[in-house]
Design a protein around this ligand. Structure first.
Ligand code: GUN
Length: 298
């Protein structure tokens, strides 16, 4: 049976470290500030954004949330971001994605000052990650959190290990692959057009599933002893809980996979809490850098 990786516990340790360091900064008159911006009423996004704002407060940060109506114009949103770029009390800016269809998300994301881009989506931060300048980059929070979980199992050097990432999104798949590469893993990116996905997955000492399809990865696909990081958060019907009830499921068929893997993240309670912890860590780092200080390792 696989070791179940407790993302909640590891995230709590990170948040405790961030809170302590934020307290030290505050004693010098610097309070880390995080602005979270949401446009529209998407219920899942509302939940995520509320938990980000709440966690920032718990860390002792100055936490600001801007909730804008779905019909907000792109120019209005960019103007808000530009105001936050100029605001010295704000060190990190996050615009929750997806944005409504009439807004060009990329234009908005690229309007965030790179030094406040705690999501790591600005081209400058993407370029730093891809070229291996990870020391100065903001790394997207979900892959950064997944990477810490992988380090807990395998250490920082993944030389000789084969890693497979399923999914090629800019938010998870591509940055995840670059982090694994920077740690010396031999990396394959699989996606919806990959032939014989099961055979590709079977090569993986480390598997990261980020596809958004409930329980798509089967236990029989896995290499025995593999480390399985499940990024998927899918809501599926759960008739066993009663009529009309639902439950959360990852991209991996957990019960089957647990019997084959060496270590596996649960859903919920695996990667999810790590994403928020890394957002807090990135915001703290932004505040340190704004003060001309080297951010400590959290
Ligand atoms: N939507 C889903 N994940 C994320 C994330 O990490 N950052 C932002 N800004 N939006 C998201």
């Amino acid at each position: 049976m696989a070791e179940i990786i407790d993302g909640r516990k590891i995230a709590e340790q990170i948040v405790a470290g961030v809170t302590r360091l934020a307290g030290e900064l505050a004693a010098d008159g610097i309070v880390p500030g995080l602005a979270v911006v949401i446009v529209g009423e998407d219920p899942a996004s509302q939940v995520y954004v509320a938990s980000k704002s709440r966690k920032a407060k718990e860390c002792g940060f100055h936490s600001v949330q801007h909730s804008l109506p779905a019909n907000t114009k792109q120019e209005e949103l960019v103007a808000l971001v530009e105001g936050l770029n100029r605001d010295p009390s704000i060190h990190g800016i996050l615009v929750q994605l997806p944005l409504p269809d009439h807004i060009d998300a990329d234009s908005v994301v690229q309007s965030i000052a790179p030094e406040k881009d705690v999501d790591g989506f600005h081209y400058l931060n993407v370029g730093r990650l891809v070229t291996g300048a990870t020391g100065s980059a903001f790394v997207p929070c979900t892959p950064a959190g997944a990477m810490l979980l992988i380090e807990r199992i395998h250490g920082k050097d993944l030389s000789g290990l084969s890693a497979v990432v399923i999914g090629r999104s800019n938010i998870v798949g591509k940055p995840m692959a670059n982090l694994l590469l920077a740690a010396n893993a031999t990396v394959t990116i699989a996606h919806s057009r990959t032939a014989d996905l099961a055979a590709v997955v079977r090569q993986a000492d480390i598997l990261v599933a980020a596809v958004g399809r409930a329980e798509m990865v089967k236990g029989s696909w896995l290499k025995p002893g593999a480390t399985v990081i499940d990024v998927g958060i899918n809501r599926i019907p759960a008739p066993e809980k009663g009529e009309g009830k639902t439950r959360l499921a990852g991209d991996v068929a957990f019960a089957e996979a647990e019997a084959v893997a060496g270590a596996i993240t649960p859903v919920p309670g695996g990667v999810g809490p790590m994403t928020i912890a890394m957002l807090m860590s990135n915001t703290l780092a932004a505040a340190y850098r704004a003060a001309g200080r080297e951010p400590p390792a959290v």
